[in-house]
Design a protein around this ligand. Structure first.
Ligand code: GAP
Length: 536
């Protein structure tokens, strides 16, 4: 599947639109249309139900070291600025970027790569903003153009070494930028904080500055004590939250994959330090299984454990759940979710003050006067186990997923093309979205075969039978084959058709989107039949 086909379908059928499109759009912001909003709600609801409300806390779940409890939270987007100082986002949550003086392009310093090209005695570094095979082709094209070479004298061009990151280049004057025609147009890398800023109250000065949260996780940490004190939860337990996060990404791209406003689905799972490794492994596998259960099975999904040198020293494990999105080069994967063992870093930072992530054992980061750089809340965020009479700071396992990335992956995986006979029996191309029924925006469509002979009346009765329980669509316009195709294209798993036989024996046909199989059921059994299949 080419990404362009999916993007076109999403716009045509109302899944996703560019934000503020009539004004030319706003980079990194996306709106979910009538079908997109249902799809994303289904993703969020599946997550909340599977992780929180349907969790059985009385039984040990498969793969879990013990029983555990799950609870939820919904906190504000704007929080006390000290939250971000102690969490580290204020100091550390930045990227380096380079600007191009010629093209006005802005690039993430660590995402540009290139190779050294030589013609006669002249040697330049050709930088590009793509990866994989694309990068090889693009550097070749750019170097040929720069040196004014035609295909017949391409042998004059020599490559000195493999593709390397721009970060390894000392002298940017020798670099040909990704969209530049002349050398040395890239600026030195500059720091760029990804948090959006705003102000509370009427006065706009440093003291009223606040931030839009760049993750939902911190809201959970700062409410840890509230949750423990107001409920009867006992460790081990998890707090889940779904909500908007904001990052002023330098290079938003790849449809909704890297947006500036997006939604996260995060769990902070609190446990005893000595069992934390077992819980980490449990959550890593549990979260991977969630995606496979909802249809992301196969080679395009993988679980990748971070190498020890990728881990911060306070984390004893991090794994990414990754998907081979079609916009990535062959063999590349994009992150859907990170599952991290965070030790006691976050709770301690909010208690004692921002910890220095490079200290070992962890210590509060000091300023030039030897004082804590950012003071913590001073509140006791330890936990007292009334059975063992122990007091300790819980360790945390954090499965952190993106609702928009998951929705995008489900869309990419669902996109299918095949050939099926049309109304006249001629094989024609069909595009359909093979969503898991739980995720499908519309669960069933009801069609009267023709708009007469009492068929619309029966169809409307069935529609009303189903409607209180699920999202159902009624359609009486056009040839029935065309109506099926319209539903296939938006991923409706079942179509119910009322025909001449219905009026004689009270049965209707039900058609399966994927197998195209059709069978007859009694009119009054429609709800039970669809419900049985949706929950199968
Ligand atoms: N609390 C940990 C945390 O926020 P992260 O890896 O920065 O970790 C977690 O983000 C998830 O949030 C990612 O795996 C991704 O699904 C989603 N996410 C992060 N940045 C995003 C962006 N700019 N656009 C869309 N989704 C994003």
């Amino acid at each position: 599947m080419e990404m362009d086909q999916l993007v076109a379908l999403c716009k045509r059928r109302g899944f996703l639109f560019q934000s503020s499109e009539i004004y030319g759009g706003l980079q990194g912001f996306w709106d979910y249309g009538p079908l997109g909003v249902e799809l994303k709600r289904n993703v969020r609801e599946a997550w909340w139900r599977d992780m929180v409300t349907a969790h059985d806390e009385l039984d040990v779940q498969p793969g879990a070291p013990a029983t555990y409890e799950m609870t939820g939270l919904d906190c504000t987007i704007i929080m006390h600025p000290q939250v971000w100082k102690c969490s580290g986002h204020y100091d550390l949550f930045h990227d380096y970027m380079v600007d191009c003086r010629e093209s006005n392009g802005r690039y993430r310093y660590d995402q540009l790569q290139g190779r050294w090209a030589e013609v006669d005695d002249k040697r330049i570094f050709v930088a590009v903003n793509v990866s994989g095979d694309e990068a090889l082709k693009e550097t070749q094209r750019k170097a040929m153009k720069y040196f004014n070479l035609r295909a017949k004298n391409a042998e004059k061009l020599h490559w000195d070494g493999p593709m390397v990151d721009l970060t390894t280049i000392e002298n940017l004057a020798e670099v040909l930028g990704p969209d530049a025609k002349t050398l040395g147009t890239l600026t030195e890398p500059r720091e760029f904080n990804l948090m959006f800023e705003s102000h509370t109250g009427a006065v706009r000065d440093e003291s009223s500055k606040v931030f839009l949260r760049p993750e939902t996780a911190q809201g959970i940490f700062v409410n840890f004590k509230n949750v423990v004190d107001s409920t009867r939860v006992k460790i081990p337990f998890g707090i889940a939250q779904i909500g908007k996060s904001f990052r002023n990404e330098i290079t938003p791209r790849n449809f909704t994959f890297r947006s500036r406003e997006f939604e996260q689905m995060e769990i902070e799972f609190f446990c005893k330090p000595e069992t934390s490794q077992e819980w980490y492994k449990y959550w890593r596998d549990r979260r991977f299984k969630w995606y496979t259960d909802l249809g992301l099975a196969g080679e395009r999904l993988r679980l990748r454990d971070h190498d020890p040198d990728e881990l911060s020293h306070y984390s004893t494990g991090t794994a990414d759940i990754e998907y081979a999105f079609p916009f990535l080069a062959e063999g590349e994967f994009g992150e859907l979710e990170g599952v991290a063992h965070r030790g006691d870093f976050d709770l301690r930072s909010h208690m004692e003050g921002k910890l220095d992530p490079n200290s070992c054992p962890l210590e509060v980061e000091k300023d030039e006067h030897g004082q804590p750089r950012y003071r913590g809340s001073g509140k006791d965020l330890s936990y007292f186990d009334d059975q063992t009479k122990e007091r300790f700071i819980p360790h945390v396992i954090e499965p952190s997923a993106g609702a928009d990335r998951a929705t995008l992956a489900f869309l990419c995986e669902a996109y299918q093309e095949d050939e099926v006979p049309n109304d006249k029996g001629k094989p024609t191309k069909r595009v359909y979205l093979k969503f898991h029924p739980r995720l499908a925006p519309i669960k069933a469509a009801v069609f009267p075969l023709v708009k007469k002979d009492g068929m619309p009346e029966v169809a409307k009765e069935i529609y009303r039978q189903l409607k209180p329980h699920m999202n159902v669509f009624y359609d009486e316009k056009g040839a029935v084959g065309r109506r099926y195709r319209r539903q296939d294209e938006i991923g409706t798993p079942y179509c119910i058709t009322i025909d001449g036989q219905t009026l004689q024996d009270g049965t209707v046909t039900i058609r399966d989107r994927d197998t195209l199989e059709q069978w007859r059921i009694k009119t009054e059994d429609c709800l039970a039949e669809v419900q049985k299949r949706l929950n199968a």
